[in-house]
Design a protein around this ligand. Structure first.
Ligand SMILES: [Zn+2]
Length: 297
């Protein structure tokens, strides 16, 4: 009798609870089916203003973030592409510790756990850098593996291979001096027949060094993330000839440096690449099935 009364009293609450379980289960399955649907590699060059950030989801649903842009814009962009329950990223790459590449990563790493963090290890003398070190320590204590990038390393993420082409040597603890641009981690993502080259902010000198050091075909890529936001001191003819990109993506926003410069644009046009700019096209999204590239903007 007592248990009947109890049931009656809480009947409504129990039904609401069961309904809640059903609805949350539905959303969970919807997410799972959604994730299973896409067997393509998805590379999104995010419009984060004047800075770099690219989010990559592999066919096996590994999530990779290369740079985070100059502020927390990246947080909202990533949230739109990730299931709401997922609080971890598989791999984070910081090209170099300058604010327009690093600040957004600080915001991301305060919210998400990373399995692997790859960076150059170069030392700087500013507040953001100290913040970066603190975040690294916290991530390491939560189980993240911190890796110092160096030419010749190969990272396998499911079917995706990431070749590290720069820095030429281990720079851990070395002082960056006035600029860390040329120490940028250069990563080439290869999925089947398609490839993407991430160049950070390297200038023409580093580009030429790379051309000399690398076998000719190793730089060739379908998509080039144009170095240093279209600076006139980057995107040299010799480098563009070696990369021979079909698509060139300039990550750029409002700035006082004149990026992207007419000089860089002209050289990119001469290379035959189709040029996209995040300040004009917002996020620029490529899908690849390993054979063909699809631009889905
Ligand atoms: Zn930059």
């Amino acid at each position: 009798m007592a248990s009947n009364n109890f049931l009656k009293k809480y009947e409504k609450a129990i039904y609401i609870f069961i309904a809640f379980l059903f609805v949350s289960n539905f959303f969970a399955w919807q997410e799972v089916f959604h994730l299973c649907e896409n067997n393509n590699l998805k590379v999104s060059f995010l419009n984060v203003g004047q800075g770099d950030s690219a989010f990559i989801v592999t066919p096996q649903n590994h999530q990779i973030l290369i740079d985070g842009g100059p502020d927390s814009t990246v947080v909202g962009k990533i949230a739109k592409q990730m299931p709401f329950w997922d609080r971890s990223l598989d791999l984070i790459i910081l090209s170099h510790p300058e604010k327009d590449h690093m600040q957004g990563l600080l915001d991301i790493l305060k919210r998400y756990k990373a399995d692997y963090i790859v960076w150059s290890g170069i030392k700087k003398q500013d507040a953001e850098y100290l913040e970066w070190l603190k975040v690294l320590v916290k991530q390491k204590n939560s189980g993240a593996k911190i890796i110092t990038a160096e030419q010749g390393q190969e990272i396998k993420v499911g079917d995706l291979v990431i070749d590290i082409l720069n820095p030429k040597e281990n720079l851990f603890g070395r002082d960056a001096g006035a600029s860390s641009n040329d120490t940028s981690v250069i990563a080439k993502l290869v999925y089947g027949k398609n490839s993407f080259l991430f160049t950070g902010d390297i200038d023409a000198k580093a580009e030429e060094d790379l051309c000399k050091a690398s076998p000719y075909t190793s730089l060739k890529s379908d998509v080039l993330k144009v170095a240093h936001h279209g600076s006139k001191f980057s995107s040299s003819d010799i480098f563009l000839q070696a990369v021979s990109p079909k698509f060139a993506v300039i990550e750029v926003g409002k700035n006082t440096f004149g990026h992207p410069t007419p000089e860089a644009i002209s050289r990119l046009q001469n290379s035959g690449a189709q040029i996209f700019r995040t300040d004009q096209s917002c996020d620029i999204v490529f899908n690849s099935d390993g054979q063909n590239l699809f631009l889905s903007k």
